[in-house]
Design a protein around this ligand. Structure first.
Ligand code: SAH
Ligand code: SF4
Length: 373
């Protein structure tokens, strides 16, 4: 029995230490060594009693995931591929900016939602990551970057759960990982700086508002159900009206008074002025006239199997203008790390298609615009 201590939030580690007959504050010390100092060797943890260190050595370890590869982009973006066993791998991306450092973290190997514009979706679902595997990405990246940059202060200020996988379909592993990100004895991030991105698992949006209300980004991508059913198949289970209602409920608990909708701009599919107008109607029908959401338009990052193209930038600008003129704050996402395939939706990890999801999708057709607008 050998426990990876990265699997625990502070409450879990406290219970673990109590089982070993140790006082609660020992867990806090241990937790700080691991997450704040990046220590994995119990002998390094000099203020822990020798007897505790010995007990831990026989029973526990602090182990990150094996690194398969690391790529550094000309713009400073770093992408790691981590081995999660059984031929699966997940990706993690660090995006440096002037005023922050953002880590894009994966929650699953593959994804079961199967969005047709997403290369992770084309890969099918392999398995959920454990809490320790989610946190190992942050633990490793933070301490590897500190070492590399010769810094002793925090490098990663923000986490976005926008890597591979649907975080709200791995809820029980996600929540303890989020708690460690927020914990002052670990990474001490503010709730505004930790973002869960979801394709819309409605019941879990409600649960997250109660269990750990971090910032929420919702991947909308379409203004009506027929089109969204086609792009984000989970929409058949949780249609747009239900999803948007859950977003409004979430707002009451959210760290800011708005949430973000992500909208991937697909040439000739969801990028027409009519679609923008439909979005405005959806937004206006809720929130009692308040500005309750903003839109982040994502230029589609193409990959051959998708059969889709990026909207021309003039069309993105026009779409953004229609939303902005209606009073909806709208931004267009800069893509980063293009030269290392680190941009949104390009995270493929292990390219093996175990479940033949890609094959199935290639057979489907995008429904023509006239049927959906
Ligand atoms: N499963 C979650 C989080 C991971 S995807 C979700 O869907 O929200 C993170 C973001 O990247 C989502 O908004 C997703 O729609 C977007 N995305 C996926 N594939 C993309 C692509 N090829 N180009 C641009 N954005 C993409
Ligand atoms: Fe899964 Fe998100 Fe990709 Fe959709 S966009 S397949 S939910 S990772």
């Amino acid at each position: 029995m050998n426990t990876n201590l990265l699997d625990f939030d502070l409450e879990g580690l406290t219970a673990y230490c109590e089982q070993l007959g140790e006082k609660r504050f020992r867990a806090t010390q241990l937790f700080r060594w691991i997450h704040q100092r990046g220590a994995s060797d119990f002998d390094q943890m000099t203020d822990l009693a020798k007897s505790l260190r010995e007990k831990l050595k026989g029973r526990a370890h602090v182990t990150a995931l094996p690194v398969v590869s690391e790529h550094v982009s000309t713009d400073g973006t770093v992408k790691w591929l981590f081995d999660v066993g059984d031929g699966n791998a997940v990706e993690t991306v660090f995006i440096p900016e002037d005023d922050r450092g953002t880590l894009c973290v994966s929650s699953q190997a593959g994804c079961a939602v199967g969005c047709r514009f997403c290369s992770t979706g084309h890969q099918g679902f392999s398995r959920n990551l454990t809490t320790g595997e989610i946190l190992a990405q942050l633990w490793f990246a933070e301490h590897a970057l500190r070492k590399r940059l010769g810094k002793d202060e925090r490098i990663i200020s923000n986490v976005v759960m926008m890597g591979m996988g649907e975080p709200l379909q791995n809820y029980s592993a996600l929540v303890p990982a989020l708690r460690v990100m927020l914990d002052d004895h670990a990474y001490g991030m503010s709730r505004r700086r930790v973002t869960v991105s979801t394709s819309g698992v409605v019941p879990m949006v409600d649960r997250l508002s109660q269990d750990c209300a971090v910032a929420l980004a919702v991947s909308l991508h379409a203004p009506n159900d027929p089109l969204r059913d086609n792009l984000v198949p989970l929409n058949k289970k949780y249609p747009i009206a239900e999803l948007l209602d859950s977003c409004v409920r979430y707002l009451e608990f959210a760290p800011r008074d708005f949430l973000t909708f992500e909208y991937c701009m697909l040439d000739g599919v969801n990028d027409q002025p009519e679609h923008a107008r439909q979005l405005i109607e959806l937004v206006r029908a809720r929130g009692n006239g308040k500005n309750w959401c903003k839109f982040n338009l994502i230029p589609f990052n193409p990959f051959p199997a998708s059969g889709l193209l990026r909207s021309p930038s003039a069309r993105v600008t026009e779409f953004a203008a229609i939303l902005s003129n209606a009073g909806i704050v709208t931004t267009v996402r800069k893509t980063r790390g293009d030269d290392i395939d680190a941009a949104c939706g390009q995270l493929a990890g292990d390219v093996k298609d175990r479940t033949r999801a890609a094959e199935r999708m290639a057979k489907q057709r995008i429904i023509p615009l006239k049927q959906v607008s």
